[in-house]
Structure formats: structure tokens, C-alpha cells
Design a protein around this ligand. Structure first.
Ligand SMILES: [Zn+2]
Length: 128
């Protein structure tokens, strides 16, 4: 992921506090180059959900740019960067990396996972 995507993702997560923030990342060759802020329609500090129509719209814009969905991020305002049972249950995009930004300590911490079925595998993340 690029440094500017990282910065913008952290900024978004901090702005949405105390609620969870969520968004999509797109790019080429598996690298996140574009960030799409999404609305957390639940407006909760411990869960998030995206509006299906907003997802469809953004996926169209991503395709129009010749990019692919590479990541889905959300924040944990007070919890560690580990997927919750709900995060795993509602993960519908096996091709995307699931990024969790934890704001539980002063320095944001990031978890990166691939979620297949009921299992979350930790995945490496590179800043470019
Ligand atoms: Zn979560």
C-alpha cells in the first residue's frame, strides 16, 4: 500500500471515533493505491456494515479506473487489530485483504488478514 493511502486510512479511522470506520482499497498488482471511504451504516463503536448500493457504486468506479478491489479496512476504536467473530462471518470478498486498524493505543496498530470461510490467516503488508 502506498504511504498516502496509509495516512488517509488512519485519518479516516481517527475521524470516525468513537465509531468504527470502514472503507475499500483498490489498485493494481495487489497494491492498494486508491482509498474509498465508506459509511458505517451501523454507527457503532464495536461493529460496522456498509450500504450495498454504496459498495456497488464504488466497485463500478474502481472498475472504471482499471483497478481491482484489493482490500477492505475498518477500525477497532478500543479493541486490538484482530478480527471479531462477526468480521469473519460477514467477510464476503475472499480476494481482498482485510485490514483492521486498532486505535486502542496512541500509536495505531494494523492487522492484515485473508479470510477464507471461517478462518482468518494473517498476511504480510508492505508500505511503498
Ligand atoms: Zn472488526
Amino acid at each position: 500500500m502506498t504511504r498516502s493511502v496509509w495516512d488517509e486510512m488512519i485519518r479516516h479511522c481517527q475521524e470516525e471515533k468513537p465509531y468504527e470506520a470502514c472503507g475499500l482499497l483498490s489498485g493494481r498488482n495487489g497494491s492498494a493505491q486508491t482509498i474509498w471511504r465508506m459509511e458505517n451504516i451501523l454507527k457503532r463503536p464495536d461493529a460496522f456494515a456498509m450500504n450495498t448500493r454504496q459498495i456497488q457504486k464504488v466497485l463500478q468506479k474502481i472498475a472504471f479506473r482499471g483497478e481491482k478491489l484489493v482490500g477492505i479496512y475498518h477500525s477497532h476504536p478500543t479493541a486490538p487489530p484482530v478480527p471479531s467473530i462477526e468480521d469473519i462471518a460477514y467477510a464476503n470478498y475472499p480476494e481482498a485483504a482485510y485490514l483492521i486498524v486498532s486505535l486502542a493505543s496512541p500509536k495505531p496498530a494494523l492487522g492484515c488478514y485473508r479470510i477464507w470461510g471461517a478462518t482468518a490467516f494473517s498476511c504480510p503488508l508492505q508500505l511503498e
